[in-house]
Write a protein that binds this ligand. Structure first.
Ligand code: UT7
Length: 325
């Protein structure tokens, strides 16, 4: 029986102008290129300058995605933006992006799932498109984590970066088999008992400040691999696919060691893994669409490929999306 699927029509991204290498950081913070690269795989990150914000980066990424999809902004009736670093406490950054794109109809809102924001955003948009209430969505991950980092804390400030990525999702009728194009399955999870392991120590209702990111890196690392592999295995089992059927594994880019350990445990061949953490650092909700953008632009991900996305972040939140490009 035919089914409505959310099919990716196009992808775009936007990075701040300013590249900061590990050596640049080592001039300001007690760290080294060797430590950062060895522990995380990161070599450089992009850091937003004055005038570059979650909204401006998000608008540019969305414009690039619309151009790649060859559709008008006015055809979009849903915007879901994943961010933990909005321009304002309210309104949602999605609404500012909507206005920046000149869209006046439909609905726009943010999702707050930190590093899992893009996976949560894709799943939310997919569910809404499948109801028939919306026809075409922009799913955006956009972050300026540099603005919530404590630059005197070397255990966190070297790991994150800024950027944005976006996809255009189109509701299309497909045959209703696992060979369909579009999102085939997704799984979302959270467990708030882990809040203190990765959080921001401020907020409007508590300190009336924005606060700074705090992380127990080792504890996050310990949970990450088990959570990621669990949700990926559940998603694959629900479709009957195995890990060997996947063409591309596009994980959240937090740490190359987490990516490698998860891929190894799942049995994903190293040549199928898309890695961009070396050049972008951890850009939270933006990391997956940024990685997808790179792999589409260089010709690795092609129409018809089976692509597995996964993420894990503060909360904890985690999840996976399996889609055919
Ligand atoms: O999106 C999800 C969010 N976050 C993550 O996924 C992060 C998960 N965690 C990690 O990626 C890793 O735990 C880190 C990269 C954060 C840290 O790696 P680690 O191998 O767990 O290192 P560690 O915390 O055990 O630190 C080892 C040493 C310590 O020194 P001592 O106590 O052994 O003398 C730290 O003080 O490295 C020191 N250190 C640094 N040295 C140079 C910590 N940060 C730095 C630094 N430069 N930036």
């Amino acid at each position: 029986m035919s089914e409505t699927r959310s099919v990716v029509l196009g992808i775009g991204s936007c990075l701040p102008r300013n590249v900061v290498t590990n050596d640049d950081l080592a001039r300001k913070v007690d760290t080294s290129d060797e430590w950062i690269a060895q522990r995380s795989g990161i070599r450089q990150r992009y850091i937003a300058e004055d005038g570059e914000t979650t909204v401006t980066l998000g608008i540019e990424a969305a414009r690039n995605a619309l151009a790649a999809a060859q559709v008008e902004a006015s055809s979009v009736d849903l915007i879901v933006l994943g961010t933990a670093t909005p321009d304002n406490t309210f309104p949602a950054s999605a609404v500012a992006v909507q206005a920046g794109l000149g869209i006046t109809g439909g609905a726009a809102f943010d999702v707050q799932a930190v590093c899992s924001g893009f996976v949560y955003g894709m799943t939310t948009a997919d569910a809404l498109l499948r109801t028939g209430a919306f026809k075409r969505a922009l799913v955006i991950g956009s972050e300026t984590f540099s603005r919530i980092l404590d630059w005197s804390d070397r255990t966190t400030c070297v790991l994150f970066g800024d950027g944005a990525g976006a996809v255009v999702l189109d509701a299309q009728t497909q045959p209703g088999t696992r060979e369909d194009r579009g999102i085939l399955i997704s799984r979302l999870r959270s467990d708030g008992r882990h809040k203190q392991k990765l959080f921001v120590d401020g907020g409007p209702s508590t300190t009336q400040t924005v606060g700074h990111l705090r992380m127990e890196g080792k504890a996050v690392f310990r949970h990450a691999v088990a959570m990621i592999t669990g949700v990926v295995e559940e998603s694959l089992a629900a479709t009957g696919y195995t890990v060997d059927d996947i063409d591309w594994f596009v994980p959240h880019q937090a740490n190359k060691r987490i990516i490698d350990d998860s891929a190894h445990k799942l049995g994903v061949a190293p040549e199928k893994i898309v890695i961009t953490v070396d050049r972008h650092g951890n850009t939270s909700a933006a990391s997956i669409p940024l990685a997808l953008s790179v792999a589409v632009a260089d010709g690795r991900i092609k129409k018809g490929d089976l692509v597995l996305l996964e993420a894990m972040g503060g909360g904890f939140t985690w999840g996976a999306v399996l889609l055919r490009w």
